[in-house]
Design a protein around this ligand. Structure first.
Ligand code: DC
Length: 218
């Protein structure tokens, strides 16, 4: 294990990666990056400018010129921003620009927990521990529904389910860095777990992986 510890947490939308990653980072004293926020912030910049999210040159420029303040915008969690983020995330030049930023973050001592879609497969393939967190579509839709209700919105469950299914499909079927479980990632299904139980299960996996003998390459 290197002096910088990296834990990757990948999985589909609303699987519970965000809170889990934040809590893992707190537990181990590591930095935390929700990589979805940088895709969302890039998309939000584009939407502000009235640019189409499929315009690769405009999207790549927005990604290259992303600033820390963009990550602090209050509108990044909107469904519309998430949908546009999923569209720009399929563009190779956007991913290349954001890849550099994510690797710099991962390399900063003492290390990081990073959650997203391709962190274990592309961004940090040599991470110390890789988790792939998932849950059934209906469970994820209900969680997102409850979250929106909690924020005072009036969502329609069937619409949320359809949007999540559409986003899963786009994230899994894109050519560049699609959402998939890395071969050496451990699967954690949170369908039947609340946030505390998911943390306990994740901590057990991380402790076991850190104790496992280092991989050898010849
Ligand atoms: O995790 P999220 O819902 O905030 O992510 C928004 C979109 O960003 C998601 O639909 C796909 C994209 N994304 C990605 O392609 N790769 C990542 N590492 C993180 C997010």
């Amino acid at each position: 294990m290197s002096s910088v510890m990296v834990i990757t947490v990948d999985g589909p939308v609303a699987a519970g990666k965000g809170l889990l990653s934040w809590r893992l980072a707190e537990h181990f004293g590591l930095n935390h990056l929700d990589s979805g926020m940088i895709y969302r912030a890039t998309a939000a910049r584009l939407l502000d400018q009235g640019d189409d999210p499929t315009d690769e040159a405009a999207a790549a420029f927005a990604a290259e010129s992303l600033e820390i303040s963009d990550l602090q915008r209050s509108d990044l969690r909107l469904q519309s921003v998430g949908q546009a983020a999923s569209v720009i995330a399929a563009l190779p030049s956007v991913r290349a620009a954001l890849l550099r930023m994510q690797r710099r973050f991962a390399a900063k001592p003492p290390g990081a927990v990073i959650d997203g879609r391709d962190i274990g497969t592309v961004v940090c393939p040599d991470a110390d521990v890789k988790l792939f967190v998932t849950a059934g579509l209906d469970v994820r839709a209900k969680r997102r529904f409850d979250e929106l209700v909690g924020r005072g919105q009036s969502p329609v469950l069937a619409e949320i389910t359809a949007e999540i299914a559409e986003r899963d499909k786009r994230d899994m079927e894109r050519e560049t860095a699609p959402l998939r479980q890395a071969e050496d990632a451990i699967l954690l299904d949170t369908s039947e777990l609340d946030a505390d139980q998911a943390l306990v299960a994740a901590l057990k996996i991380v402790e076991q992986q850190l104790k496992a003998p280092a991989k050898t390459s010849i």
